[in-house]
Structure formats: structure tokens, C-alpha cells
Design a protein around this ligand. Structure first.
Ligand code: ARG
Length: 284
């Protein structure tokens, strides 16, 4: 995968970056369907704990143009996202590069509450080459008003065979790595979309990714022809447990999007160090 990136990276970077700088953002789409990939539009106000993270360095003027990553409100002033979302090809982003829109469903409709970012804390154990510990916490400059928050998971909440939802404003274009033609670009929706996936066994994740899958700090989730994709990163893989939205994963990376038999990879939020990191930053 990484070797492939070196070969095709320069050519394809203009298609898939800057919305996703991860090394998975490498290969040509294989087939495009309005297929998050093959998901459904989220009804307005359904997942108000979701946030959109915009990168002002993209310099776009249309509302969607600066969309960068997803995230989850964990407290009125704090957002959990992916560590890899805090870097672009020039290096680490600054708080002033980012805007967070909380409680929005559709871009460009004056929905939600916009906040500036006061501080970015990337997990010190994040490894940009392996994507281990792909978690960061944003502190907002002011608390959001009246929005639901996600809860951290407990052991067992990410058991294989259970279902979880992933939502975001990421690309809806299916693509398969290493499959020509080189012609398809990602397609980004203005409305939040969601898919329901099944959490896989570590054995299944390793079968797809070999040594690139780190079971302690990552999980993988799959449903045929459904997946998260570029610019969904940082967003939640979640379940409703009791009456609380529970954050079991953070969109991290994958080989292609909705490629047959290939799950997406999520930061494992039940991991004790991931959770201790979040709790320390948010102060509880
Ligand atoms: N790294 C991508 C991003 O930054 C997310 C890719 C998720 N891929 C997948 N097949 N589930 O937006």
C-alpha cells in the first residue's frame, strides 16, 4: 500500500488531497456510484453530536469547500477527532487554520454553531506512518449550546459482530486500490450521510490488512459496498447504548472505499490509552 502510494501519490494527490492526507488516499476510484459510500442522507438534526471540521487553508468560498474532517462533541467545549486530520502536506495545522461547525446536518443552510479552535492536542503516541493512536482533541474557543455529546465506550461495546453507524460529509465515490482507470475523482455531498456497518473480528481485519492492522489500537468495520471514505476521517463510528450515543471508533483509514471485502479502519476508543488521553485533555 505504501509502495503504491509512492508510485501514484504525486499524480493522485491532486484528486484526493487535500481532504485526506493519509496514505490510503492513493488509488484511482474503480467505479462511481452515489453510494459516506452507499449511505443514506441523515435527516436534519439526527446526529447533533457530529461536528464538521473545516480547514481554512483550503481557501474555498463555497460553504462546503473547506470541509476537512468529521469529529464528535464530547463536552460542550471539546471535540474528539483523528490525529491525522491535524496535518496537511505542509505539516501540523494550527488552531487558527480550523473552524468547527457543530449541530449541522446540511452545509450551506446556515445550520449549526460555528466555533474557532483554541487548542489542538494530538495524542503523543500517534504514529503518522502506521496510524496507531489516531486520535486528537480540539478545544473550542467557546462552548456549544444545547447539543448532545458522545459518551466514551466500555469494554465489550466494540464486540465483533455488533453493528455501528458511521456518519460524515465524506466522499460518496467507491474506489478500489490498484484498479485502473485513473479517471474518477471523489465526490463530496453537502448533506451528512450515514451507513451501518458490522464490527469485524481482529482476524478478519488482519486478513484484509496483514501487519498494517494493529488490533490493540484499531478496529475494522464492514458491510458489502458500504464504507466511510475520504473526508469522513475523524468522524464517529458509534452506537446507541442505553440512551447515549457511544463512540466506539474514529474514522482513520482504509484501502480504497467500499472495495469488495475490504473493511475500513477506525481508532479503537475502548483502548485504555486512547481513552485516558481523551479524558486527560477534557479534564475528567
Ligand atoms: N483517511 C481518510 C480521511 O482522512 C478516511 C478514509 C476512510 N477510508 C475507508 N475506506 N473507510 O478522510
Amino acid at each position: 500500500m505504501k509502495t503504491y502510494f509512492k508510485r501514484w501519490g504525486a499524480l493522485l494527490v491532486s484528486f484526493w488531497l487535500p481532504l485526506c492526507q493519509a496514505y490510503d488516499a492513493v488509488s484511482p476510484p474503480f467505479e462511481a456510484e452515489p453510494l459516506i459510500v452507499n449511505g443514506d442522507a441523515v435527516p436534519k438534526g439526527k446526529y447533533k453530536f457530529m461536528v464538521a471540521i473545516q480547514n481554512l487553508k483550503l481557501g474555498g468560498s463555497a460553504p462546503y469547500a473547506n470541509h476537512w474532517c468529521g469529529g464528535s462533541l464530547i463536552k460542550n467545549r471539546y471535540v474528539v477527532t483523528a490525529a491525522h486530520c491535524m496535518y496537511d502536506d505542509e505539516g501540523a495545522l494550527e488552531p487558527s487554520d480550523l473552524t468547527v461547525i457543530a449541530g449541522m446536518t446540511v452545509y450551506g443552510r446556515n445550520q449549526g454553531q460555528a466555533r474557532n479552535v483554541a487548542a489542538i492536542t494530538v495524542n503523543p503516541k500517534y504514529d503518522s506512518s502506521t496510524k496507531e493512536y489516531d486520535v486528537a482533541v480540539l478545544e473550542l474557543d467557546a462552548p456549544v449550546n444545547n447539543l448532545p455529546k458522545v459518551k466514551l465506550p466500555e469494554a465489550g461495546d466494540d464486540d465483533p459482530g455488533t453493528e455501528a453507524v458511521v456518519a460524515g460529509w465524506g466522499s460518496i465515490t467507491q474506489y478500489v486500490q490498484n484498479q485502473p482507470p485513473l479517471s474518477k475523482s471523489p465526490v463530496y455531498p453537502e448533506e451528512m450521510r450515514e451507513v451501518t456497518l458490522s464490527i469485524q473480528t481482529n482476524g478478519d481485519c488482519s486478513a484484509a490488512y496483514g501487519a498494517d492492522f494493529y488490533p490493540e489500537v484499531a478496529l475494522c468495520a464492514y458491510a458489502p459496498s458500504r464504507d466511510s471514505c475520504q473526508a469522513d476521517s475523524g468522524g464517529p463510528l458509534f452506537k446507541k447504548i442505553g440512551n447515549r450515543w457511544t463512540l466506539v471508533g474514529i474514522v482513520s483509514w482504509g484501502a480504497g472505499c467500499a472495495a469488495p471485502g475490504i473493511p475500513g479502519i477506525y481508532t479503537r476508543v475502548t483502548n485504555a490509552e486512547v481513552q485516558a488521553f481523551i479524558q486527560e485533555v477534557i479534564g475528567q
